[in-house]
Ligand binder design. Structure first.
Ligand code: FES
Ligand SMILES: [Fe+2]
Length: 380
């Protein structure tokens, strides 16, 4: 696995001083990466099947037997808490003749297949099945549900369909430790709102838009003048994380009270985890998340998650969620949908990225890193 350094990689010869512009600037990714269904298929079978994908918040799996079903890369899966307190994830398929095992969410004492009632332990082992004792050579201990790599990261459950995947701490070095200091209440948080935002664009258009703030001052007046100091915004790779940092604006005019005695209480920060998830900490140590669920080559659903201590509804957080939905999110939907239409235009050829060697808010170096990962995912 390849880890870009925190300080960024050499930003290609084209921008280093002294090479009298004989090299071309780094160009944005070819349009077909965003419009060709074959690229999307390759990503589903490849990238999305070997990277860490968000499943659910661990608070949805409070007691032994609690389970949640979900889909990753076209596969039906379920996460379930064992009586030993461990959260495991399995493909949602019976090892007899392939019937689906569970649906929706709920609690199970044992996993009983609806087809012929083969019965599995919460750990995936086959416990019993009608009349299986008559089968010569049938070794019950050899039948087990197919398990999927599962990690709980800051109280959120992530899965990876690649059995050999590196742990999340290798992909995203230092991120979990940072998040624990920015979000000191993380163990008590529960989601209080999920906001679903369908976008008519390729998932990568949406992720790229999220990962640069070159468009912020023009398009996000509330965010750029009321939340962050846009001129201090920067984004740097940290392994396969893109780390956003900025100073905040107008803390005296904040619409909500924050406890300034806590570390990082006056900061805005975000951690985008390649390829489709992001943690954000707002002033006051307020955690919120983004995740992207690609539907097809030109449709994605973005989910915003908002969390509160012990899941207690809070006007502060609900107001933030509403303001964010009505301003930044709404503004971005129009941008990304226009870009998707443009990518289909015969009149478009990929333009140069604006890469400032000093980085900063008006630089697209973060898009360059992302597009390198996007290319790697499809071209290998
Ligand atoms: S397919 Fe599940 S018991 Fe037969
Ligand atoms: Fe934006």
């Amino acid at each position: 696995m390849h880890h870009p350094s925190r300080s960024g990689e050499p930003v290609t010869a084209s921008i280093s001083r002294g090479t009298a512009s004989m090299t071309d600037p780094v160009r944005s990714l070819a349009a077909r990466y965003y419009t060709d269904p074959a690229v999307f298929e390759a990503e589903m079978g490849g990238l999305l099947s070997r990277t860490w994908q968000f499943a659910c918040h661990a608070s949805a799996l409070r007691n032994g037997g609690d389970y949640v079903t979900f889909e990753i890369a076209g596969e039906s899966l379920f996460a379930i808490k064992g009586r030993d307190g461990v959260i495991r994830t399995f493909y949602n398929v019976c090892q007899h003749r392939a019937h689906q095992l569970v649906s929706g969410t709920g609690t199970k004492r044992l996993l009983v297949c609806p087809y012929h009632s083969w019965t599995y332990e919460l750990t995936g082992e086959l416990r019993s099945g009608p009349n299986i004792g008559v089968v010569e050579g049938f070794d019950r201990s050899k039948v087990c549900l197919t398990e999927v790599r599962t990690e709980v990261f800051l109280g959120l459950v992530f899965v990876n369909l690649d059995p050999k995947a590196s742990p999340m701490d290798d992909w995203f070095p230092g991120v979990q430790d940072e998040l624990r200091t920015w979000v000191p209440d993380w163990e008590r948080l529960q989601p209080i709102r999920w906001i679903e935002i369908p976008e008519s664009c390729n998932w990568k258009v949406s992720v790229e838009n999220y990962s640069e703030c070159y468009h912020c001052s023009l398009n996000h007046p509330t965010f750029a003048t009321g939340v962050v100091k846009a001129e201090t915004y920067d984004i740097q790779p940290q392994g396969y994380c893109l780390r956003h940092t900025t100073e905040c604006q107008n803390l005296d005019d904040m619409t909500y009270q924050i406890d300034r005695s806590r570390a990082h209480a006056e900061e805005y920060s975000s951690w985008f985890l390649w390829p489709a998830f992001s943690f954000q900490a707002y002033p006051g140590n307020v955690l919120n998340t983004y995740h992207w669920r690609p539907l097809d080559v030109d449709r994605v659903v973005v989910w915003r998650g908002w969390y509160a201590v012990d899941g207690e509804e809070s006007d502060v957080i609900l107001d933030l969620a509403r303001q964010d939905r009505e301003t930044t999110v709404e503004e971005d939907v129009h941008l990304v949908e226009s870009v998707q239409r443009g990518l289909r235009s015969r009149g478009y050829a990929p333009g140069p990225l604006v890469i400032d060697p000093k980085c900063g808010v008006n630089s697209e170096h973060s898009v360059m890193h992302l597009q390198r990962w996007m290319r790697e995912a499809v071209d290998v």
